[in-house]
Design a protein around this ligand. Structure first.
Ligand code: NAD
Ligand code: UDP
Length: 320
C-alpha cells in the first residue's frame, strides 16, 4: 500500500508542485488548503490522479485523520500576502503548525516543515549556513512571518524531543517559477508581470540588495530527496540556489528576456528588507547529493512563458 502523505498548502505555488512530485513518487496524497493564496488551477495536473484527494481546510483548525507523513507548506509567503493579516500569519505558523504536529503524533507519522531563509533575518553572516542564528527584528513588519517560522521550527523540534516524533525542516530560499500568482507581490512575479504589460518595473531601494533565486523544479527535487532521506537527517537544511544577483540585475535580465520597453523606476525600500541573502548549500550537497541545475536566465525564460499564458486568462486581463 502506498504511503499516505497529508500535504498542507497543496494549492499554493510550492505545495502544488510538491503534490505532483509525491504522486510521481508513488505516494497517496491528501492536500489541505483554504485557498487564501492558493489557486485551484495549480492542482490541474494532480486533481485527476486517483491517489490524490483534496479537502478545503484551514490548518488553524484541527484536522483529524490517519497518515504516514505530514508536510506543512501552508503559509502565505510573499511579504504583501503575509503582512495583509499579520495576526493571521502568526496563527497559521503557531496554531496551524501545532495542529499538524498533533496530527502527526496521533498517526505516529513523520513531520516535514517548510521553513525559510527569513529565519536568518537581515544576516550578518554571508552566505548563510544552517548554524547561523540570524538577525531578526522581533517587532517589525516582517516579524509575523519571520518569528512565526522560528516558532514553527521550535515547535517541530520540541515534538521531536518530547514525543519522539520523526521530523525534518527545510529552509527554503527565494524560489520562482510556474504557479506563482501574477499579483503575489514577490519580485520575480512583479517584474515579469510589469515587463509583459509594459508597465514600470518597480525596484525598491537602490536595487543593490541581493537575493539568490532557485527555479522551482530544482527546489522540489531537493525537498523530495530530503523527505525520502533517512530519519537521522532532520535538518534544518538550506535548499536554494547559491548564485547571488542584485535586484537591479534581475530587472535587467527580465527586460532582456521579455524584450519589454518598460522603464525601471525606484520606489522606497520596505522596512527591514534584508540587504543580502545567499544560501550555503554544503549540507544539502553532502547529504543528498543535490544541487540546483537551472541557470537564472533559463528559469526566467520558462517562467515568462507561464506568465504570458496566465496574463491572457480573462481574470488577469486589465480593463483598457
Ligand atoms: P503560497 O502562498 O503560494 O502557498 C501557500 C499555500 O498555503 C496557499 O495555497 C494558501 O492558500 C495556503 N494557506 C495559507 N494559509 C492557510 C491556512 N490557514 N490553512 C490552509 N492553507 C493555507 O506560498 P509558497 O511560495 O508556495 O510557499 C509555501 C511554503 O514554503 C510556505 O510555508 C512558505 O513560507 C515557504 N517558503 C516559500 C518560499 C518561496 O520562495 N516560495 C521561500 C521560503 C519559504
Ligand atoms: N522587490 C523589488 N521590487 C518589487 C518587489 C520586490 O525591488 O516589485 C525587492 C524587495 O524589496 C526585496 C527583493 O526584491 O529586496 C525580494 O523581494 P521578495 O518580496 O520577492 O522576497 P523577500 O524580500 O521575501 O526575499
Amino acid at each position: 500500500m502506498a504511503k499516505h502523505v497529508v500535504l498542507a498548502g497543496a494549492a499554493g505555488f510550492l505545495g502544488s508542485h510538491l503534490a505532483h512530485r509525491l504522486l510521481l513518487g508513488g505516494y497517496q496524497v491528501t492536500g489541505l488548503d483554504n485557498f487564501h493564496t492558493g489557486r485551484v488551477r495549480n492542482l490541474s495536473h494532480s486533481m485527476d490522479h486517483e491517489a490524490f484527494h483534496f479537502i478545503v481546510h484551514d490548518i488553524r483548525e484541527a484536522y483529524i485523520g490517519k497518515c504516514d507523513a505530514v508536510m506543512n507548506f501552508a503559509c502565505p509567503a510573499s511579504p504583501p500576502d503575509y503582512q495583509a493579516n499579520g495576526i493571521g500569519t502568526l496563527k497559521v505558523n503557531f496554531q496551524g503548525t501545532l495542529n499538524l504536529l498533533g496530527l502527526a503524533k496521533s498517526s505516529q507519522a513523520s513531520f516535514f516543515q517548510a521553513s525559510t531563509s527569513e529565519i536568518y533575518g537581515d544576516p550578518e553572516v554571508h552566505p548563510q549556513v544552517e548554524t547561523y542564528r540570524g538577525m531578526v527584528n522581533p517587532i517589525g513588519p516582517r516579524a509575523c512571518y519571520d518569528e512565526g517560522k522560528r516558532v514553527a521550527e521550535a515547535l517541530t523540534f520540541e515534538y521531536q524531543r518530547q514525543h519522539g516524533l520523526a521530523v525534518k525542516v527545510v529552509r527554503i530560499f527565494n524560489t520562482y517559477g510556474p504557479h506563482m500568482r501574477p499579483d503575489d507581490g514577490r519580485v520575480v512575479s512583479n517584474f515579469i508581470t510589469q515587463a509583459l504589460r509594459g508597465e514600470n518595473i518597480t525596484i525598491y531601494g537602490t536595487g543593490r540588495q541581493t537575493r539568490s533565486f532557485c527555479y522551482v523544479d530544482d527546489l522540489i527535487e531537493g525537498i523530495f530527496r530530503l523527505f525520502e532521506s533517512g530519519a537521522s537527517v532532520t535538518g534544518p537544511m538550506n535548499i536554494g540556489n547559491p548564485v547571488e544577483f542584485t535586484i537591479r540585475e534581475l530587472a535587467e535580465l527580465v527586460i532582456d528576456v521579455t524584450g519589454s520597453k518598460s522603464t525601471v523606476i525606484n520606489l522606497p525600500l520596505p522596512e527591514d528588507d534584508p540587504r543580502q541573502r545567499c544560501p550555503d548549500i554544503s549540507f544539502a550537497r553532502q547529504t543528498l547529493g543535490w544541487e540546483p541545475k537551472t541557470a537564472l536566465r533559463e528559469g526566467i525564460e520558462k517562467t515568462v512563458l507561464y506568465f504570458d499564458n496566465i496574463l491572457k486568462q480573462p481574470e488577469n486581463v486589465q480593463a483598457a
